[in-house]
Design a protein. Structure first.
Lengths: 596, 605, 132
């Protein structure tokens, strides 16, 4: 029996580990030994706390003190002051950027106030290496109840009633997927957990697997029971080593407890899980491509029908669910569909995890009820735009999504509203952009990604996305024409209309969305040959004003000898030779060089 | 990608599909305002065809009665509008559902189709004037049908190193990623030389590690060429070599024609598939300037002499209780098949017959016996062949076969030569082959179809083994189109168990059975690499996806057999004379030296 | 590790490991908790504070009292009266007991924590809270 009266939780997510949180944990163990408090104080590495902007995070309980940006050098003081003397170390507390007040308890931080953690309920709370901690949080109770006290159909009906929609982005009801797989009779069926998270900037699935792998293991077993599968597979990208390690450990310890394997809890139900690695191809998030990849085939999609629910892995009925979707399942089983439906909106119950990134103060992973507005997410949780700049747009849904602007700030976020606004939920990436972001360049960035990640199978995606990228490139180079803009529109619609899988069907969204909302910005690139955001280097011009004193400093830093000028004479930049590197402007002491 | 699919109609599709599974009755749907009923499981494309609505396709290919079904649904040319569905549907891969309403020609569809084609053409060389496939190219056909007049997209174009093997030339700049070749090579032939590599714009069909075909497991069966809709895969042309040889006054140029050529060549001149053009072909070859026109059928009869002698030898030893006899004996006339087992069944190299193929037996006899006979030095005798096959080009180049055959052209290449020479093929008067290497029997001609070699061998082996004269020479039990067939032929009081496979995928099945201990006790097995046998060879006129054409060619071959007065190889007077004057008897040292070969394992990727 | 063979066994295991996360769960609801702090600086430990803290923790758990958050603090500056225990009821001022023995601890639990009535042994402190 443990006698720990104080717990020190250290974020052990990939982000904080790269900021030395591992070393911080070791330091704590060392320091606690020095003061003889190892019996009272437990040091734990947990999953991600979400507040990545200020990592590494150290949370002390039970007083719930939340330390931010902790370094290994801070540990000695934390132990001497907080642990031994019971005094909070003020300098490591979070300071609210607007009120400038220090906040001791994370619950009072704006970042956490509006969050509601369902999928992330155990992340940053339990030790993901210890199955007992998961069990202490009612872990595997939902599995036990399902397999011992409910029929397969009762589980499916409960899931249908809860209307949990696929968190991978499509929003297809998980319960229905389960029912279709259940309906297809077969000697063998499979449950697949799609952990091939590939949207640039999105990392919620990784965080769940790192912080609470058992919730996914338990959910897969529940799904297996419901649809009649005894085999589960997790398809995870090999570049998630920490998630793989913790997931594998979770599977192993569940096996040791008999929570996976034969005759689970005396129910007669058998289920086991195998982990399969992907090479991180974006398209392998598409379920048919994922299945082909797992079969050792080229990772490319095939037309549906047949759906995986009819003919999936090795031709057998297969239910594919995403990590975040699965993480919701055990708690829905335990607390009921009615509880779940009290959260979120009518058509999109529950919560959604978002990865906040871009020009926003509080970058990190958040979980909010569906129906939360963009304004709440960006200004309350996200702390507003960095450096007090003007909010321009937020891109949701990653390479498959679109942009929302100031007029959409009060739109409640859910699957249907985002689609209606020309964007989509996607896996939950949210990239905030300010006045300095050029929208044609943003579209170009996404198309560059998509055309590289296209599997190359169907014509519109293989060639179409490349042509779209080339057109965008031409525009950001200032070489586009108005005809190009029209051609881009036409091409975008055809790519959407004719592509084989979701990758192609959604690839044009960033283009169509920005063309629609930021038409003037495109026109400026094409007709005025100007980039209003000042981001497209090809369209920038560096000029020397009368403020020039003729000091010749700029001529010496210019890498291409583009600046001509004698001592004490006004200098001139040769635009032909200038490569727009900006070195001269940085160097000028008299602010005589301007960019326009 | 965490899947981000807007399959908003997925639910409806799923439900339809589950419903669809339960009913096997006909499904009624509307296409372009017309109602049609088709069996459940049909595609929209099938249903449209029934209404004579011809939706253009590029990647789709369904060779009924073979395993060739390419349902990649990747080209997106055949897209149609389906009521209630958000995006356009590929008609080739969309199953019909009850009450479905389809439009194949709405402005939305026509525009999408055109833009997709425009994209395809934007990454395709526009060198139709000098392209080998010009006139046969599906992309060219669709471009014409859709009225393509401009390509608005500029940008990078794919460039790959051309890969020229002895048989097949790959020019992947022209590849449209229909994946037919890949399906053929993997799913039908089970060779596994080709597969899709790379991603995005750089995706292309290639060999492993992008090695040249010559370093790959490719058997040169040429079936990839037979199904390539564009000029990405073509034969290694040798028509120019033929022309130069004919132009050289010092050379005596003779040509042999394979059995299957006569049943297909007419198609190149607009004749009905299955029209026999033996006499016209001989006349055309003479007009082209060949000094002597001979028949590979003669060599096929010779092959039967050697192969049946080998069978009888092995069987006799087996019946005498020798348990180490290599049985079943496998035919070895098909060069792609030889390449296949040298590469992929190296543990079974002792069981195929050591007899050379008819092409090579012909070459060996022509350059020895016949050269002596007409008193032409070997180096001045040019032996050419017309073959339905591309692997024959590689075979002729095999070092151990001493360049007995100098050049090989396909049926298609012969047609080109005839056209180049302004010969009005259809109005030619029939002519006869030259003698003696033009003399053949019905047994020789049926070499051109699946089941034919073994039937020809059986006719001879039967008489040799029993000493009786065979009254009924037609072994119908050996004929057909099934991929793997088995039959038992009573030979006296001995039951001869025969296996037949055509298509290398089927051959693999049969070979694996042999490897597993030959449970069906086969004594002899015939294998042909191409679906249908040589009539479906990689060098034949393009069938354009119509498997019925193969059946018509097969029927023509059997007709030719029936027309022959002599239908058993050992009764061919020219063959009898050859043995009497030159070879002695089958399997004699001279015969072994000239007519037999040995196999070597070939390790390739 | 023994396999779990029934739902009851799983529940039993959960109950037995519950305390591993109690401290954290309490921390999440700290406003609603009765807070018990034991001074655990060197002087306190020497005077038996660790034993008192463990005793109280076990007792609370055995009695099924789950609205108490028990934690240690540093030196209270009351070395003459160690072990010292501070009890803070919800919404009330903290109260510090000195020279706490196991009997006294039991009395604190029974009367102060369960019924809200203070018991003898309160140090009349000059400071209002240990938080200063």
């Amino acid at each position: 029996m443990s006698n720990y009266t104080m717990h020190i939780l250290i974020c052990g997510g990939t982000g904080c580990i790269s900021a030395e949180s591992d070393i911080i944990a070791d330091e704590f163990t060392k320091e606690l030994a020095r003061v003889g408090m190892t019996e009272e104080v437990q040091v734990l590495k947990t999953g991600c706390f979400g507040f990545c902007e200020k990592g590494p995070i150290v949370k002390v309980l039970p007083d719930s003190t939340f330390y931010v940006e902790v370094t290994p050098d801070d540990v000695e003081e934390l132990v001497n002051e907080h642990v031994v003397k019971g005094r909070v170390v003020d300098r490591l507390l979070f300071i609210d950027p607007s009120s400038k007040e220090t906040i001791e308890d994370s619950k009072h931080m704006d970042f956490y106030k509006k969050q509601q953690r369902v999928a992330l309920r155990n992340c940053g709370f339990v030790d993901p290496h210890n199955i007992d901690e998961y069990i202490a949080r009612d872990g595997y109770q939902a599995l036990g109840q399902s397999i011992l006290e409910m029929s397969q159909l009762e589980v499916i009906e409960l899931m249908e009633d809860a209307n949990l929609r696929g968190r991978g982005g499509g929003g297809f009801p998980a319960g229905l997927k389960w029912r279709f797989t259940y309906n297809n009779e077969s000697d063998q069926k499979y449950v697949i957990c799609n952990a091939d998270e590939g949207d640039p900037g999105a990392f919620m699935d990784r965080s769940i697997l790192e912080g609470d792998p058992h919730s996914v293991v338990e959910a897969m077993a529940i799904c297996g029971y419901a649809i009649g599968a005894d085999k589960g597979l997790v398809y995870i990208r090999a570049e998630y080593p920490l998630a793989i390690e913790r997931l594998q450990l979770a599977i192993d310890s569940a096996r040791e407890y008999g929570l996976l394997g034969d005759d689970i809890m005396g129910s007669g139900f058998n289920f086991d899980i195998e982990v399969k690695f992907g090479a991180g191809a974006f398209v392998c998030g598409e379920e048919t491509a994922l299945i082909h990849s797992m079969e050792g085939q080229r990772g490319e999609p095939t037309t549906k029908p047949p759906f995986p629910a009819e003919s999936g892995f090795w031709g057998k009925p297969t239910c594919v669910n995403n990590v975040e979707t699965l993480a919701n399942v055990p708690v829905i089983l335990l607390k009921g569909a009615d509880w779940f439906k009290t959260i979120g909106t009518e058509k999109s119950p529950g919560t959604k995890v978002f990865a906040l990134a871009g020009k926003i103060n509080n970058v990190g992973l958040i979980e909010v009820p569906m129906g939360t507005t963009l304004r709440e997410v960006i200004y309350d949780i996200g702390g507003g735009i960095k450096d007090g700049k003007e909010f321009k747009a937020v891109q949701t849904g990653g390479p498959s999504g679109g942009c929302l602007t100031a007029k959409d700030l009060d739109t409640p976020i859910d699957f249907d509203n985002l689609l209606e606004k020309g964007s989509m939920m996607g896996s939950g990436g949210m990239i905030v952009m300010d006045e300095d972001d050029c929208m044609p360049a943003v579209a170009r960035f996404y198309l560059e990604f998509t055309q590289e990640e296209s599997c190359g199978k169907c014509t519109p995606c293989r060639i179409g996305t490349t042509r779209l990228f080339e057109l965008l490139d031409k525009i950001t180079q200032g070489k586009g024409t108005m005809e190009d803009l029209e051609l881009m529109k036409e091409l975008s619609h055809v790519i959407t209309d004719t592509s084989l899988c979701g990758l192609g069907q959604t690839a044009s969204n960033p283009v169509l969305s920005t063309l629609d909302i930021f038409w003037d910005e495109y026109v400026a690139h094409v007709t005025d040959k100007k980039c209003p955001a000042g981001q497209c280097t090809a369209l920038l011009e560096y000029k020397i004003t009368d403020a020039c004193t003729g000091c010749t400093l700029c001529t010496r830093v210019c890498p291409t000898d583009a600046i001509d000028g004698k001592l004490k004479e006004l200098h001139v930049i040769d635009q032909e030779k200038c490569i727009k590197c900006g070195a001269c402007m940085d160097r000028c002491k008299f602010k005589a060089i301007i960019r326009e | 990608m965490v899947h981000v699919w807007i399959d908003v109609n997925l639910r409806q599709l799923l439900e339809n599909n589950v419903k669809g599974c339960n009913t096997m009755a006909d499904i009624k749907l509307t296409i372009d305002g017309k109602v049609v009923e088709v069996p459940a499981g049909s595609t929209v494309l099938d249903a449209a065809k029934k209404l004579d609505i011809h939706i253009p396709t590029l990647c789709h290919l369904d060779l009924h009665d073979t395993k060739m079904v390419n349902k990649a649904a990747s080209c997106r040319i055949c897209v149609v509008e389906v009521e209630g569905r958000n995006n356009l549907a590929p008609s080739c891969a969309t199953p019909v559902t009850e009450g479905m309403v389809v439009t194949t020609n709405s402005p939305r569809v026509l525009n999408a189709r055109k833009v997709v084609l425009e994209l395809m053409v934007s990454d395709h060389p526009k060198d139709c004037l000098i392209c080998e496939q010009s006139g046969n190219c599906s992309l060219q056909y669709v471009s014409k049908k859709l009225g393509m007049r401009e390509v608005r997209f500029e940008g990078k174009e794919s460039t790959y190193k051309p890969d020229k093997s002895k048989s097949i030339v790959r020019d992947m700049d022209k590849c449209i990623m229909c994946r037919r070749c890949e399906t053929m090579c993997n799913d039908v032939q089970s060779v596994g030389a080709l597969s899709g590599i790379n991603r995005g714009f750089d995706a292309v069909v290639s060999t492993a590690f992008e090695v040249d075909l010559s370093e790959s497991v490719c058997t040169y069966c040429g079936q990839c060429v037979a199904v390539c809709p564009v000029g990405a895969l073509t034969e290694a042309e040798q028509t120019n070599d033929i022309i130069s040889a004919l132009a050289n006054p010092e050379k005596t140029v003779i040509i042999q024609t394979a059995p299957a050529v006569r049943a297909a060549l007419g198609e190149e001149f607009g004749l009905e598939p299955g029209t026999l053009v033996t006499g016209k072909m001989v006349a055309a070859l003479r007009e082209l300037g060949f000094d002597y026109v001979f028949d590979t059928d003669f060599a096929a009869d010779l092959t039967i002499m050697e192969e049946s002698a080998e069978l009888i030898d092995r069987l006799t030893r087996f019946l005498d209780g020798d348990k180490d006899v290599a049985l079943p004996i496998l035919t070895s006339c098909c060069p792609a098949w030889v390449n296949f087992f040298e590469g992929q069944f190296q543990d079974l190299l002792d069981i195929p017959s050591s007899a050379k193929s008819p092409q090579q037996m012909f070459g060996a006899i022509a350059k020895t016996y016949y050269a002596e006979k007409i008193n032409v030095p070997r180096e001045n005798l040019v032996v050419a062949s017309v073959m339905p096959c591309l692997a024959k080009k590689y075979e002729a180049d095999r070092e151990e076969l001493n360049q007995d055959v100098d050049m090989v052209i396909s049926t298609r290449e012969l047609a080109k030569l005839i056209k180049q020479a302004n010969i009005d093929f259809n109005s030619l008067e029939d002519e006869e082959y030259d003698q003696p290497l033009g003399e053949s029997t019905g047994a020789g001609v049926i070499f051109g179809t699946t089941g034919g070699v073994i039937e020809a061998a059986t006719r001879t082996a039967y008489e040799k083994l029993t000493g009786e004269s065979l009254e009924k020479v037609d072994f119908h039990e050996l004929r057909g189109f099934e991929g793997v067939r088995a039959a038992t032929v009573p030979v006296g009081d001995f039951d001869l168990n025969i296996g037949i496979a055509h298509g290398l995928g089927n051959a693999r099945e049969l070979l694996e059975e042999i490897r597993d201990g030959n449970p069906r006790n086969f004594h002899a097995i015939e294998i042909m690499a191409c679906p249908g046998g040589c009539i479906g060879g990689g060098g034949q006129p393009y069938h354009g996806g119509d498997a019925e054409i193969l059946k018509k060619r097969q029927a023509a071959i059997y007709t030719e057999d029936e027309r022959k007065t002599i239908r058993k190889s050992h009764e061919n007077p020219a063959i009898i004379e050859l043995y009497e004057n030159y070879l002695g008897e089958p399997m004699s040292p001279k015969a072994i030296e000239l007519l037999h070969t040995a196999y070597e394992p070939k390790d390739r990727v | 590790m023994a396999k779990i063979k029934s739902l009851d066994e799983l529940k039993a295991l959960r109950d037995s490991v519950q305390n591993t996360v109690d401290v954290r769960e309490h921390g999440d609801n700290v406003e609603d908790m009765i807070i018990v702090r034991v001074a655990m600086a060197t002087c306190g430990i020497a005077a038996g504070a660790r034993e008192i803290m463990n005793f109280m923790a076990h007792e609370l758990r055995d009695q099924g009292i789950d609205n108490v958050m028990i934690t240690q603090v540093g030196c209270m500056g009351l070395c003459y009266a160690e072990p010292t225990v501070e009890v803070t009821l919800k919404g009330e001022e903290p109260v510090v007991y000195g020279n706490v023995t196991e009997e006294k601890a039991l009395e604190i639990i029974e009367k102060h924590i369960k019924n809200g009535t203070m018991v003898d042994g309160i140090i009349p402190s000059t400071h209002k809270s240990l938080d200063e």
